[in-house]
Design a protein around this ligand. Structure first.
Ligand code: UD1
Ligand code: CA
Length: 446
């Protein structure tokens, strides 16, 4: 049977104390709402319908095509929010999953269990519950003599006896569409001035229909983010899940609590990640590397057997056997060939360093193409910017650039050419020629 999903995300999120809508707060680099959307899709749902209200425009912009949006004008409770989604699903027949946009730990497996439960249910819906000592303000699940679900009582309405019930409503449901829309219209306004979706349980039961409940196996999945303590709890759990999947796939981490890896990053086996390493975006790392301590890699591709110590690498490509650091910075468009050695305090941007290039100390290379086995002396700088335009530098293979050389672009240094220490090179240098001085001139007899 087809499954559609409604994600409730119109609430204010006051307790976040934030200018950002609650569901846009990132957890391990990804906005909260995307966890619900992606879990629903992974469980086989059609494109989810997200009910938005607070910060609607921002939420829409961030989520884009991943969902369909409906706007809930006034926030009159969870049932009212589901009603707002009717116009997007009026043609749909099948199962309707309803979840909240602030529960990032619910897994597709759990949603599948819930969907499967309703598929086998002759009654109108199935719900998810959790046994927990910490009630967290959740609704309490009331069961009858034979264990059948009879009602959900919201904490604001619960008697002192009901308050002690430790089976809680997680807030995830799977409805049969042909029952849902009509039943919603029977919900009455609660004393708190809201329409409670949870009233559907007693409505079904009093109509002689059976509501199924399945119990969460892992309590942590029921975490809902209402404040920033919850947000950090979710972050820790998601990060642990991601790190464990890499550990089981052959990646070593001396201390997984100090390694930050966004979902989707790929890491080869026998790579070691040292503390305070952060891998983000579409980063891919090969096998047998040693990364960190203190290394940040964003949207970059790293080959096999690289050692990257205490460096920052953004939108760059590094081939095999590269040694780097400490304190290097690769910026957008940096590409290091295999076996490149980059010592401390080097910066490379929009440049290709062919295999075997050595750049040991304090250099800046921008808008340059450097041939194989070039030696770049300490303090060398490509002067690539004249205040208005960027110019490129080309250095032929095997060239030797002396310490503190200023390469004033546009410039071409020939194969095997040499520059003396402290040269300011303003004109092209032919293959094999040796230049020195300010401005650099050909050395006679060399
Ligand atoms: C709800 C359940 C409660 C359950 C708990 C689990 C009801 C009445 N109660 O409680 O039994 O234990 O979730 O977290 O459903 N929302 C809207 N529009 C609204 C109101 C809410 O979109 O008008 C959204 C919120 O943004 C949130 C979700 O619905 O994502 C749940 O709303 P919330 O107010 O947190 O529900 P609770 O009262 O905590
Ligand atoms: Ca809540």
């Amino acid at each position: 049977m087809q499954v559609s999903t409604i994600i409730l995300a119109a609430g204010q999120g006051t307790r976040m104390v934030s200018n950002l809508p609650k569901v846009l707060h990132p957890v391990n680099g990804k906005p909260l709402i995307l966890y619900s959307i992606q879990a629903a899709k992974a469980a086989g749902s059609n494109r989810p319908v997200v009910v938005i209200g607070n910060g609607a425009d921002e939420v829409k912009k961030t989520v884009g095509d991943e969902a369909i949006f409906v706007y809930q004008e006034k926030r009159l409770g969870t049932a009212h929010a589901v009603m707002a989604a009717e116009r997007a699903l009026s043609e749909f027949t099948g199962l309707i999953l309803v979840i909240a946009g602030d529960m990032p730990l619910l897994t597709p497996e759990t949603l599948n269990r819930l969907i499967g439960c309703q598929q086998d249910n002759s009654g109108p819906f199935a719900m998810l519950t959790v046994h927990s000592e910490d009630s967290r303000g959740f609704g309490r699940v009331l069961r009858g003599m034979n264990g059948e679900v009879r009602a959900i009582v919201e904490e604001s309405q619960a008697t002192s006896v009901e308050m002690k019930i430790n089976e809680l409503n997680v807030g995830a449901y799977c409805f049969s569409s042909d029952w849902l829309w009509a039943a919603l219209k029977n919900i009455e306004l609660s004393p708190t001035g809201e329409y409670f979706l949870t009233d559907l349980v007693s409505i079904a039961v009093s109509d002689g229909k059976k509501v199924q409940a399945i119990v969460l196996e892992n309590e942590e999945e029921s975490l809902g983010v209402n404040n920033r303590i919850h947000l950090s709890d979710a972050e820790r759990i998601i990060r642990r899940r991601v790190n464990e999947s890499h550990l089981l796939a052959g990646v070593t981490m001396a201390d997984p609590n100090l390694v930050y890896i966004e979902e989707g990053v790929k890491i080869g086996k026998d790579t070691i990640l040292f503390p305070n390493t952060r891998l983000t975006g579409k980063t891919e790392i090969g096998e047998g590397c040693e990364i960190g301590p203190n290394t940040i890699i964003d949207n970059s591709k790293i080959g096999d057997h690289c050692h990257l110590l205490a460096s920052v690498i953004e939108c760059a490509v590094i081939e095999d056997n590269v040694e780097m650091g400490p304190f290097c910075h690769l910026r957008k468009g940096a590409h290091l060939g295999s076996g490149v050695h980059m010592g401390n305090f080097g910066e490379v941007k929009d440049s290709f360093l062919a295999s075997g290039v050595k750049m040991g100390h304090f250099s800046y290379i921008g808008n340059a193409t450097i041939g194989e086995n070039v030696n770049i002396g300490a303090g060398t700088i490509t002067c690539n910017y004249d205040g208005e335009h960027k110019y490129s530098t080309e250095i032929g293979e095997g060239a030797f650039i002396g310490s503190d050389t200023m390469l004033v672009a546009p410039l071409k240094i020939g194969k095997g050419a040499k520059t003396g220490a402290g040269s300011v090179v303003t004109h092209d240098v032919p293959d094999g020629e040796v230049v020195a001085g300010v401005p650099a001139r050909k050395l006679k007899g060399k």
